[in-house]
Design a protein around this ligand. Structure first.
Ligand SMILES: Nc1ncnc2c1ncn2[C@@H]1O[C@H](COP(=O)(O)OP(=O)(O)OP(=O)(O)O)[C@@H](O)[C@H]1O
Ligand SMILES: Cc1ncc(CO)c(N)n1
Length: 271
């Protein structure tokens, strides 16, 4: 006996993480655990483990565009997330596809700086993100350091996060802005701020005391996209996604000598 299912489809446009904790690998697992079929357009291949990134090889922009177009013309997609886009050429090409394919449910994780402060893309790429892709996003999800770069403000407190969210909204034009608090200190760690153009919301879940936080940002943006693909509105998608990340952190995996990955498959581990 067999059964066929119709399920929503999401697309991740991101880099590969050989260690399996972040990037495409985290995104596809996150989609699957939302009962959403995951498709992918790989932008670059990183040689990476729980200790850091050793090498990055970019794909030609034509290869990225071909993956996006091929998925869209046959399978169809309800929501898209972007992660590590690496360089100006890829960012501009992806933004052109977003325009041409009229992608509305777009979650942009502006991957520039890791939580540890390491710069992952160059200044031309940052400028291309600002100009071309961020204005098209339904939501952008910078971490503390990315929000500092995008707003030009220093961030040490919740009020700083609120000011930066409003500044990014005004200056760069995404529909909404979520500033993530994984890089904040003390009781602020894990508290996020969302500005939807009118009101500011503080998103808080249980703070998880773990060193295994590799891929939290990728997982959050993928979970938001999965929820949008399921038909939820942005506010609901955000709340559900944040809870998914918190649960996956509670079941994080002690793998490798550095920051281990999240337990994306926690529903299989819960009894
Ligand atoms: N220790 C923690 N406890 C609870 N929530 C956390 C914790 N650390 C991070 N988070 C949450 O995880 C999500 C991702 O935020 P974070 O600031 O870690 O992103 P990021 O720096 O882009 O992640 P990465 O670069 O590791 O993928 C946010 O919702 C944040 O609040
Ligand atoms: C491929 C990839 N994307 C995103 C991040 C940021 O966590 C990473 N470390 N690697």
């Amino acid at each position: 006996m067999s059964s066929t299912l119709t399920v929503p489809v999401a697309l991740t446009i991101a880099g590969s993480d050989s260690g399996g904790g972040a990037g495409i690998q985290a995104d596809l697992r996150t989609f699957a655990f939302h009962r959403v079929h995951g498709t992918s357009a790989v932008t670059c291949v990183t040689a990476q483990n729980t200790l850091g990134v050793k090498r990055v090889d970019a794909l030609p922009k034509e290869a990225v565009v071909a993956q996006i177009q091929t998925v869209f013309e046959d399978i169809g997609v309800q929501a898209v997330k972007t992660g590590m886009l690496l360089n100006q050429e890829i960012i501009t090409a992806v933004a052109e596809q977003v325009e041409a394919l009229q992608i509305d449910n777009l979650v942009v994780d502006p991957v520039m700086v890791s939580r540890t402060g390491a710069q992952l893309i160059d200044d031309d790429a940052v400028n291309a993100l600002r100009r071309t892709l961020i204005p098209k996003a339904a939501i952008i999800t910078p971490n503390r350091y990315e929000a500092q770069i995008l707003s030009g403000l220093e961030i040490h407190s919740l009020d700083d996060m609120r000011a930066a969210a409003q500044m990014i909204y005004r200056n760069l034009g995404p529909k909404t802005v979520l500033i993530k608090g994984g890089g904040m200190q003390g009781s602020l760690r894990g508290v996020d701020i969302w500005f939807d153009g009118q009101k500011l919301e503080t998103l808080t879940t249980k703070q998880v005391d773990t060193k295994n936080t590799h891929g939290t940002g990728c997982t959050l943006s993928a979970a938001i996209a999965a929820n949008l693909a399921l038909g939820n509105n942005l506010a609901t998608s955000l709340r559900q996604a944040k809870q998914y990340v918190t649960n996956a952190l509670l079941y994080s995996l002690d793998i490798g000598k550095g920051q281990g990955p999240l337990g994306h498959f926690f529903p299989l581990l819960e009894n």
